[in-house]
Design a protein around this ligand. Structure first.
Ligand code: CU
Length: 238
């Protein structure tokens, strides 16, 4: 009872004003302007239906604005996806601390990053940070001024990709469609890669199921030694 009351209280706060948007990239020492090369919505709400096309690059209930810009990224470098509560928030306002869960990142090779719809086949996971020693991946991003580090693999073919950065908030995930998925897609051009490995690719929607153990979960029954199963396919590595 105690847990469910707590969950309900936190969930209502989360619905009101505690969401987040991936709106900038820091690459090679430069931080892009807000929404530059990233399809950002003006409303910061989550996607909760993991079977919807909107789970790829947001949209639907949160319409996104297209961008004709592409962000250059070096293969093998670590970039930061930068998250903020709203399009005008500062680094001290990333996401409400109640929003506990994993961080993830995916790539999709595309012909034209400015026009590819995003949803469908072609995605592979390049970063994940779940629950370690009682600390969630999202807490690290909140405590790191919204910076979500993502290493671009050095073994991919050069060219245009969509980079999908994601945070999944599990504060209300004990009930069906209670997990809050936050994601945006950045339009990037990778250069300097060795093109020596081909990733196995997956479909978005498709990689998540509503009852995945990392999606449908009561996090309030966990302790610091609990194991958490990060959703989605295995991590691609070079
Ligand atoms: Cu929220």
């Amino acid at each position: 009872m105690r847990y469910s009351l707590l969950t309900a209280a936190i969930t209502s706060v989360g619905l009101a004003n505690a969401h987040t948007i991936f709106l900038q990239i820091e690459a090679d020492g430069t931080t892009t302007p807000v929404s530059y090369g990233i399809r950002t919505p003006s409303y910061d709400g989550p996607i909760t239906d993991v079977t919807s096309n909107d789970v790829a690059c947001n949209g639907g209930p949160n319409p996104t604005t297209p961008s004709d810009k592409i962000i250059n990224v070096k293969a093998g470098s670590t970039v930061n996806a930068i998250w903020r509560h709203t399009l005008t928030s500062g680094p001290g306002d990333v996401m409400d601390a109640s929003h506990l869960g994993p961080t993830l990142a995916y790539l999709k090779k595309v012909d034209d990053a400015t026009t590819d719809k995003g949803y469908g086949n072609g995605w592979f996971k390049i970063q994940e940070d779940g629950y370690n020693n009682g600390v969630w991946g999202t807490s690290k991003v909140i405590n790191n001024q919204g910076k979500h580090p993502i290493t671009i693999p050095n073994c991919l073919p050069d060219g245009q990709y969509l980079l999908r950065a994601e945070m999944i908030a599990l504060h209300g995930a004990g009930s069906n469609q209670g997990a809050q998925l936050y994601m945006e897609c950045a339009q990037i051009n990778i250069s300097g890669g060795s093109a020596s490995k081909t990733p196995t690719v997956y479909s978005l929607p498709g990689i998540y199921k509503q009852n995945d153990p990392g999606i449908l979960i009561n996090i309030y029954s966990m302790n610091k030694d609990s194991k958490y199963t990060i959703p989605g396919p295995a991590l691609f590595t070079c």
